[in-house]
Design a protein around this ligand. Structure first.
Ligand code: CUA
Length: 313
């Protein structure tokens, strides 16, 4: 019955997904069984005990002790099985193994930030090794978000001023989708990120050297990729339309009015400073909401973003 699973449910990406699906399919089959049984008996009784003539009178039956016990005890046993099975699954979803790899997750309007044990950070992409338990320690910088990976069958609220945690063990190398499942404002739907499951070796290499493809990419292309993957595009448009941040269109080389009344030329150093210390020279008319990218971008990536912004005519 593998095919039915794949019709009803998304692909199983984690150990936990299998546990959830086993129980889910048990409930599906249990429901099918009782649906057929009850609907079948209903139809049969309608036919069997139909009224045959005007004189026919239904016998007066007050109760049937054996029958009542049967229809109480069987469901009691079944719901007890469901409870124990479900509780067992719940416990295993909230108690991570002791040796789990820990990743810090921060949700912000409107992006996901991940910090790994060695201090590397990524935005809107979580990278994990295959076949190892991964524990997530999550908090929010602003409102309530919800961390949801359908193919891992995990969903956990991410709250400000408090840590929540969840864990998973990916089954195979590949990518999965991560959603925010709590309406958190205008760009809630942009909190769509990627989970990349790497082989153990690729994961270790990546932690050390960064992405191979990005190392070889021309600066402008790398910048275009980062503009999207780091979530810049959530606030900074390329077509001149106003967002939560200034548009990048034709911005390089212009003079910009700042919130404190001064003005500054938009050159490489200004862009660099604005990426690393966004509130140092805040553009007039905008809120100080951009997070710092200090430590989040490798040196080459900062240059790439600047080259990309320069190229927006
Ligand atoms: Cu964050 Cu919805």
């Amino acid at each position: 019955m593998k095919w039915l699973r794949s019709v009803l449910l998304p692909a199983e990406g984690s150990q936990y997904a299998r546990q959830v699906d086993d129980l889910y399919m048990f409930i599906v089959w249990l429901s099918v069984f009782f649906f057929v049984l009850i609907a079948g008996l209903l139809a049969f009784f309608i036919w069997r005990y139909r009224r045959r003539g005007p004189d026919e009178v239904t016998p007066h039956i007050t109760h049937n002790f054996k029958l009542e016990l049967t229809w109480s005890i069987i469901p009691l046993i079944l719901v007890t099985i469901l409870f124990v099975w479900g509780f067992h699954g719940y416990v295993s979803s909230v108690v991570p193994p002791k040796d789990a790899l820990e990743i810090q997750v921060t949700a912000k309007r409107w992006l996901w930030e991940f910090e790994y044990p060695n201090g590397s950070r990524t935005i809107n992409e979580m990278r994990v090794p295959v076949g190892k338990p991964v524990k997530l320690i999550m908090s929010s910088a602003d409102v309530i978000h919800s961390f949801y990976i359908p193919s891992f069958r995990i969903k956990m609220d991410v709250l400000p001023n408090r840590y929540t945690q969840t864990w998973f063990e990916p089954l195979q190398v590949g990518t999965h989708v991560l959603f925010c499942a709590e309406y958190c404002g205008r760009a809630h739907s942009d909190m769509l990120a990627k989970v990349t499951v790497l082989s153990d070796e690729d994961y270790r290499k990546w932690l050390e050297f960064g992405d191979e493809t990005s190392e070889q990419m021309p600066l402008k292309e790398l910048g275009a990729m980062l503009h999207e993957s780091r979530g810049c595009d959530t606030c900074h448009s390329l077509d001149g339309s106003a967002g939560l941040g200034t548009s990048f269109k034709g911005v390089f080389g212009t003079r910009r009015r700042l919130a404190d009344g001064q003005s500054v030329e938009v050159d490489e150093n200004y862009l660099r400073e604005s990426i690393l210390e966004p509130q140092a020279k805040l553009a007039a008319g905008y809120q100080p909401i951009m997070p710092t990218f200090q430590g989040l971008l490798r040196e080459r990536e900062i240059s790439a973003l600047i080259e990309f912004i320069k190229a927006q005519r």
